[in-house]
Write a protein that binds this ligand. Structure first.
Ligand SMILES: Cc1ncc(COP(=O)(O)O)c(C=O)c1O
Length: 384
């Protein structure tokens, strides 16, 4: 059966490719998929069970349940400092689908969206599916992988519609600080561009730092679409619930589009998501503290292995390790680690060409698993 040219042009995911290769091996230690070993907090599980029993088993508003939109708006005002109400909120099938809705709503074929890379590879899929063109601005280890306002501005053309930013960043763990965001905001306002800010790792931030949302900067709420998710913050990756905060007129178009893309996120899941946001937040901060400890174990371990050097990521649960001194390409080393010691990593080039020479390693699994994985890598490359 013939399939569309659009689907054939979609770039495959290098993360999933390694995952598929790993299925052939037993006793694998995975630093591959961006998922966590933590269970979803029990109050959230209880809430979904109750919600099913209470009859949340039917269609609801495509925009999302009012109780969840109110919870999102309250959290976004109080935690992020974004001036918004439940009318600005749309509930989507995870941040992934939220981004897809965002780009279908914002851009026309031929428009350009600036993206800093190395980046979550699905960004290129979401933008490409709309017929728009992703324009990649590379970031470098020497700048701690922080995108500079100058580099973003230099990439602007008459076709540019939006700039997509991601902090804390997958895969580099880079953090954009308030001063960075202020300068990026100035560039966006000067050139009348929309900022799409993808913030699913907002609570996984280390060294006492606090997340800053660009939509919270004075006057920016009308220029920013904030995308977020419960996947990482609440260890709810499989629940598929995320959200968008956008100016009302734009949000209305997104809700219309979602009606054609699966209507509402599962009703009972939305009730549980409201509980996640309104209920106790201890689990969120406990997980963040645990990730910080795991980050230290992984990064210190990597830095003691021959041929590897790794910056301390400021947030997210990813380490982006420089492997150039091994003399191998990212693909060659990732494949060797899988074949020889059954360790799954993701080659850095899966996140853009500028990721060549790096491996991404996830540190969301147990400490003992991280330590065992490090020992296996060391058994191949040796100690410094
Ligand atoms: C930067 C970033 N954005 C968005 C997503 C999508 O998250 P979800 O669709 O689970 O909310 C991910 C998932 O790994 C991510 O790393």
């Amino acid at each position: 059966m013939k399939v569309s040219n659009k689907i054939l042009s979609m770039p495959p995911s290098g993360i999933r490719a390694m995952f598929a290769m790993a299925e052939k091996y037993d006793n694998v230690i995975s630093f591959g998929l961006g998922d966590t070993a933590f269970p979803t907090p029990p109050n959230v599980i209880k809430a979904v069970q109750n919600a099913f029993e209470d009859g949340y088993t039917h269609y609801v508003s495509c925009q999302g349940l009012k109780m969840l939109r109110e919870a999102v708006a309250k959290k976004s005002r109080e935690f992020n400092g974004i001036d918004c109400s439940e009318d600005n909120v749309h509930i989507a099938f995870g941040a992934g689908a939220a981004l897809l809705l965002t780009f279908f709503t914002l851009v026309d074929p031929g428009d350009e969206v600036i993206v800093h890379a190395p980046c979550f590879p699905n960004y290129l899929q979401y933008i490409g599916m709309t017929g728009a063109v992703p324009v990649v601005v590379e970031t470098y280890e020497k700048d701690r992988f922080r995108v500079t306002p100058q580099a973003l501005e230099a990439a602007i053309t008459p076709r540019t519609r939006a700039i997509l930013i991601n902090s804390p960043c997958n895969p580099t763990g880079a953090i954009l600080e308030k001063e960075d965001l202020e300068k990026i905001a100035q560039v966006a306002v000067k050139h009348d561009l929309v900022i799409v800010s993808d913030e699913p790792y907002e609570t996984i931030i280390f060294d006492g730092k606090k997340h800053c949302s660009i939509a919270s900067l004075p006057g920016m709420a009308d220029h920013v679409i904030t995308v977020n998710s419960l996947s990482k913050t609440y260890a709810m990756t499989g629940w598929r619930v995320g959200y968008i905060i956008a100016p009302v007129a734009v949000r209305e178009q997104m809700t219309l589009l979602q009606e054609a893309m699966g209507s509402n996120v599962t009703s009972a899941v939305q009730v549980a998501a409201a509980e996640a946001l309104n209920g106790p937040q201890d689990a969120v901060w406990e997980m963040a503290r645990a990730y910080e400890k795991r980050r230290n174990i992984l990064v210190d371990g990597l830095n003691s292995i021959k041929g590897i050097s790794c910056l301390m990521p400021g947030g997210s649960f990813y380490a982006f390790a420089n492997i150039r001194k091994t003399g191998m390409t990212s693909d060659a080393l990732a494949h060797m680690l899988l074949e020889k010691v059954q360790v799954v990593t993701t080659p850095g080039n899966a996140f853009g060409d500028c990721g060549e020479g790096y491996l991404r390693l996830v540190f969301a699994q147990e400490e003992a698993t991280i330590e065992a994985g490090l020992e296996r890598i060391r058994s191949i490359l040796g100690s410094k």
